[in-house]
Design a protein. Structure first.
Length: 290
């Protein structure tokens, strides 16, 4: 991938991951340990690990020293990788929310903004990209009891900003399966839930959105492990990523066999759920009951 193929700061996270994976391949091809690589740039083995996973920013001097250690002397190859390092350090729009945004989630937002396909399964509440402002406020308030009103408002504003990815010029295809439990569990008062259901009906008709509901009536289903997101990218050398959010951190899975298991689960969920039109009818029925 060239430096210009993933436009904007959203692509900086992708570039970071791509550069990290290329540095890892170069290191492994020369039989150099992470410890030795870290020593060459006056850093720890864990720093090299974080660089290769794309979890930290890159200093040009460090990249230059590593390329020298790995025997990369061709100027065009060095120039391309150093250019990738500069692009990878672009700050995304979400950095202005750093006061309320944990570091492990910043990575996800960057990946979400660069993805060409986002597939999600949710069971606890409506997915963040599909929430109304009032519903989001209720979710954040419930999750952060006692938090200052200003902090809650900032977190809600961040969530609303994230949703612009679905209507951007480079909008991804978005496939969501919502468990019926997420739609019946009340957040906010009755009017908030009714507005949220109406919003889901409306957004489900967007050409880039596929929304399905897994109904209670189906019984046990493939999503027994809980909520997850799968991200796919236009860059051919960047593998799909599964994102699993936890209370104080998150897991990013990219091993082919692990991703394949989640892909099978997502395929089963989509096959077993009513199709988008039938799911809209289910949403209308819930709206009448609310």
């Amino acid at each position: 991938m060239t430096a210009g193929e993933s436009g904007g700061a959203n692509g900086s996270v992708v570039r970071r991951i791509l550069l990290g994976s290329q540095l890892r391949r170069l290191r492994e091809s020369r039989g150099i340990t992470r410890e030795a690589a870290g020593y060459s740039i006056r850093a720890s083995e864990s720093k090299i690990s974080r660089m290769e996973l794309g979890r930290v920013s890159f200093k040009s001097r460090d990249v230059e020293d590593l390329l020298t250690l790995y025997g990369v002397t061709d100027e065009s190859e060095r120039g391309a990788l150093l250019g990738l390092a500069r692009e990878a350090n672009l700050a995304g729009w979400w950095h202005s929310y750093g006061d309320v945004l944990p570091g492990w989630f910043q990575t996800y937002i960057g990946l979400e903004g660069a993805a060409s396909l986002i597939r999600v399964y949710e069971v606890q509440f409506v997915h963040g990209l599909l929430q109304t402002e009032a519903y989001a406020h209720a979710v954040v308030s419930r999750g952060m009891p006692g938090a200052p009103a200003a902090e809650i408002d900032r977190r809600v504003a961040l969530r609303m900003e994230r949703q612009k990815v679905l209507v951007s010029e480079r909008a991804p295809q978005f496939h969501a399966v919502l468990d019926e439990a997420a739609l019946r569990r009340p957040y906010g008062d009755r009017s908030v839930m009714r507005e949220q259901l109406r919003h889901l009906i409306e957004v489900s008709e967007h050409p880039g959105v596929t929304l399905q509901v897994m109904p209670f009536g189906f019984g046990g289903h493939a999503g027994e492990s809980g909520s997850f997101a799968m991200l796919s990218f236009p860059e051919s050398d960047l593998s799909d990523i599964v994102y699993l959010e936890q209370l104080t951190s998150a897991l990013y899975l990219d091993k082919r066999e692990e991703v394949a298991q989640y892909e099978r689960v997502m395929d089963r969920l989509r096959a077993d759920s009513p199709d988008p039109a039938e799911s809209r009818d289910l949403l209308r029925g819930l709206l009448q009951l609310s």
